[in-house]
Write a protein that binds this ligand. Structure first.
Ligand code: NAD
Length: 289
């Protein structure tokens, strides 16, 4: 990645921070954006501007430049402004990792389902398209790589996160369509589809409740066994740096002929034989008590 510039949305913490640090270790200069505020209905604490500053400090430890911006990916004018400013400073843009995203437990019966639907589709799907619109003009001349964080829930249904799964399925459709549209310009467009990842989006009270029931004494430790039924490999969730390795591959010239793919990094979640679902995991856990 030496000499390249990588932009990452949602880079204040979690997977976005891990991608920023990994790309910098490989020689890239970094632009990170994040909304850094609590969005309504999100059922866990979102990141802060202090988190964003911590990402910058970690990238700078590798001796690379890191420009950071508070920017809501849903706001295409703001995204254009920060992208134009950052690219003017760093001189180029090679890779765009559209990683930002939110989750909140809900289903079709939830009281606020209409508002949650709009929020999640705006954030996890429409803002992906808007980020592409803000960044792609800078890659038309030299080509580039756009990588979107979808989810295993973009390939298979998800229990209790209806709009999230719908948005992530939409993201994969968008990626495939953009790969066709932008291929003639040597802009590759791919998706990465992780299983559960050890970040605050997944390791939170709402998911403890989803996997372990309503007992308030249950902890993340109690989630391990039922969450493991998501995956074929014997892990309940994966680390963010495992996803960063896939990002690195898709960003690099090693993947120069790879476009339009949805790459699972999912411990086998999307290769599950029928019948083993989180729902069954939860029930088995209850029965074992
Ligand atoms: N954690 C998981 O289990 C998991 C699994 C599969 C896919 N994903 C996806 O991975 C991506 C990264 O999530 P994470 O696990 O690192 O969670 P995270 O909550 O740690 O990080 C997500 C970041 O996105 C930012 N963000 C949210 N909405 C934004 C917006 N409108 N504009 C700009 N920034 C915004 C948040 O502030 C946060 O810093 C998301 O797209 C998520 O849907 C997560």
């Amino acid at each position: 990645m030496s000499g390249k510039v990588v932009l990452i949305t949602g880079g204040a913490r979690g997977q976005g921070r891990s991608h920023a640090v990994r790309m910098a270790e490989e020689g890239a200069d970094i632009i990170v954006t994040d909304v850094c505020e609590q969005l309504p209905f999100v059922d866990y604490d979102m990141s802060t501007r202090e988190d964003l500053a911590e990402t910058v400090a970690l990238v700078e430890k590798s001796g690379r430049t890191c420009l950071s911006y508070e920017a809501d990916a849903r706001d295409v004018s703001r995204m254009r402004e920060v992208v134009n400013e950052a690219v003017a400073q760093l001189g180029r843009l090679d890779t765009v990792i559209i990683n930002h995203g939110i989750s909140t437990r809900h289903d079709v019966h939830s009281e606020d389902a209409d508002e949650i639907w709009d929020l999640i589709i705006d954030t996890n799907l429409s803002a992906v398209f808007k980020t592409v619109r803000a960044t792609v003009p800078h890659m038309l001349e030299n080509g580039g790589s756009i990588i979107v964080t979808a989810s295993a829930a973009g390939l298979v249904p998800l229990f209790g996160n209806t709009a999230y799964a719908a948005a992530k399925h939409g993201v994969i459709g968008l990626v495939r369509t953009l790969a066709a549209e932008l291929g003639p310009k040597w802009i590759r467009v791919n998706a990465v589809c992780p299983t559960a990842v050890a970040t605050p989006l997944f390791l939170n009270d709402a998911h403890i409740k989803a996997f372990c029931g309503t007992d308030p004494d249950k902890t993340i430790e109690d989630m391990k066994w039922p969450a493991q039924t998501l995956n074929l490999l014997p892990v309940p969730w994966i680390e963010a740096d495992a996803v960063s390795e896939a990002m690195l591959y898709l960003a690099s010239d090693a993947a120069k002929y790879v476009t339009g793919v949805a790459l699972p990094v999912d411990a086998g979640m999307t290769a599950q034989p029928p019948g083993i679902t989180p729902f069954i995991g939860q029930r088995l856990w209850e029965l074992s008590q």
